[in-house]
Design a protein around this ligand. Structure first.
Ligand code: FAD
Ligand code: SF4
Length: 333
C-alpha cells in the first residue's frame, strides 16, 4: 500500500477545509474522509484508491440517531450500520432499512461500517478492483472489459456503453424506498439532496458516481415521518445465504386500504447502476387489488427497460420474481 498522511481534525470545519484541497471527490481523490474503512482501506490495499491524505471523521459528533421536528428521523453519518439496524425506532417504523442492513456483509463489517461510507461504497466489478485491467470507472477512457467479459453480477438497468457496474449497497435500496434525504456540508455551505438525485448514472462519465464535490462531507441522512400502517419488506436474492452481495433485491413499502394498495414505494438492488427506485412499478400497484396479476404487472413494469449482457439475462426474471415475492410477503404479513 502507498504511504499517506493520517489527519485527525479538531472539528468539522477543519475536516471540510482539508478535504476541499482535493482535486476531485470522485475516483482519483487525493484527500478522502475515513469512516469505518471497510471499502476505502480495501481499495487502498489494491491500489485502486491512492489518497495522499486520509481525514478521520470518526471523532466528529455525527453519531446520533434522533427524531426530527416533523416526526421523521435524523441519522448521523458516522452511525454504524449495526447500531442503525438495531435501533428500536428504526426496527418499528422503518423496518425495511433494518432488514436491508442486517442482510448486508457480516456482523463484524456492520460494526465498523458507517452510514456515510455505505452511501459511497464502490462497485464489486472485478475489473474495477484489478489495476492490471482497463476500466473506465478507474481510468476514464481506458475501456470496459466487463461488457464482453465477466458480467454475471453486473447491471441490467441504467448501464451505458461505458460502464455496466452494479451499485452493491443494500442500505441504499431501502433508503430509496423510504425517500430519504442526504445532507451535505461543504466549503460553500450546506445542502440537502433527495436520495434519487444523490447517485449518478454512468453515462460517459462512470468515474463520477455522486453529486459530491471536493470538501463535501455527508453529515446525516433524514427520513420522512413514518407511514402509518405501512408494511415493509427487504428481500435479497444471492448466491449464498450470507456474506454475499445481491443478485437482485427489492425494498417494498406498501399501505393497504379496503382490499387495495393505496400507496407503494418500490426500489431494486443488485440490478441497477444506482439504487433503483421504480416509479413504474409504484404506478402499476397504486389503487389495485393485492393479487398475483397486480404483482406481475408491477414486476414487468419495473424491468421493462432492462438490458442484459452476455452472462446476466437470468437477472431479469430473478428480479421480477423478487419484486413479486416481496409484494406477496408485504401484503399477506
Ligand atoms: C467482505 C465484504 C462484504 C460486504 N458485503 C456487503 C453486502 O452484502 N451488502 C452491502 O450493502 N455492503 C456490503 N459490504 C460493503 C460495506 O457495507 C461497505 O464497505 C461499508 O458500508 C462502507 O462503510 P465505511 O464506513 O467502512 O466506509 P469507508 O470505507 O470508510 O468509506 C467509503 C467511502 O466513503 C467516503 N466517506 C465515508 N464517510 C463519508 C462522509 N461522511 N462524507 C463523505 N464521504 C464519506 C470515504 O472517503 C470513502 O470514499 C461489504 C464489504 C466487505 C468488505
Ligand atoms: S463495468 Fe464499469 S467498473 Fe466494470 S470494467 Fe466496466 S467501466 Fe469498469
Amino acid at each position: 500500500m502507498h504511504t499517506f498522511e493520517f489527519i485527525r481534525p479538531a472539528n468539522q470545519a477543519e475536516a471540510i477545509a482539508t478535504s476541499a484541497q482535493s482535486k476531485t471527490a470522485q475516483q482519483g481523490a487525493d484527500v478522502r474522509f475515513l469512516g469505518g474503512g471497510t471499502t476505502l482501506i480495501d481499495l487502498m490495499k489494491l491500489n485502486v484508491e491512492t489518497p495522499a491524505r486520509l481525514v478521520d471523521i470518526n471523532r466528529l459528533p455525527l453519531d446520533k440517531i434522533e427524531e426530527t421536528r416533523d416526526g421523521g428521523l435524523r441519522i448521523g453519518a458516522t452511525v454504524r450500520n449495526s447500531d442503525l439496524a438495531n435501533h428500536a425506532q428504526v426496527q418499528h417504523d422503518y423496518s425495511v432499512l433494518s432488514q436491508a442492513l442486517l442482510q448486508g456483509a457480516s456482523a463484524q463489517i456492520r460494526n465498523m461500517a458507517t452510514v456515510g461510507g455505505n452511501l459511497l461504497q464502490r462497485t464489486r466489478c472485478v475489473y474495477f478492483r484489478d489495476t492490471a485491467m482497463a476500466c473506465n470507472k478507474r481510468e476514464p477512457g481506458s475501456g470496459c472489459p466487463a461488457i464482453t467479459g465477466h458480467n454475471r453480477t453486473l447491471a441490467i438497468l441504467g448501464a451505458s456503453e461505458h460502464c455496466i457496474a452494479t451499485n452493491p449497497s443494500d442500505m441504499c435500496v431501502a433508503l430509496a424506498a423510504l425517500e430519504a434525504t442526504v445532507h451535505i456540508q461543504g466549503s460553500k455551505g450546506s445542502r440537502a439532496v433527495a436520495f434519487g438525485d444523490f447517485h449518478l448514472l454512468p453515462g460517459d462519465t462512470p468515474h463520477r458516481e455522486t453529486v459530491l464535490e471536493p470538501g463535501d462531507l455527508i453529515t446525516d441522512v433524514t427520513l420522512p415521518p413514518p407511514i402509518a400502517g405501512s408494511k415493509q419488506v427487504y428481500l435479497k436474492l444471492r448466491d449464498r445465504a450470507s456474506y454475499e452481495f445481491a443478485l437482485a433485491s427489492a425494498a417494498v413499502v406498501v399501505t393497504m386500504g379496503s382490499g387495495k394498495i393505496t400507496r407503494a414505494r418500490i426500489a431494486l438492488g443488485g440490478v441497477g447502476t444506482k439504487p433503483w427506485r421504480s416509479s413504474e412499478a409504484e404506478a402499476a400497484l397504486t389503487g389495485k387489488p393485492a393479487n398475483e396479476g397486480t404483482f406481475r404487472q408491477a414486476a414487468e413494469a419495473a424491468l421493462r427497460h432492462a438490458k442484459p449482457q452476455s452472462e446476466n439475462k437470468f437477472k431479469i426474471e430473478l428480479a421480477k420474481r423478487c419484486v413479486m415475492h416481496s409484494l406477496r410477503m408485504a401484503t399477506t404479513a
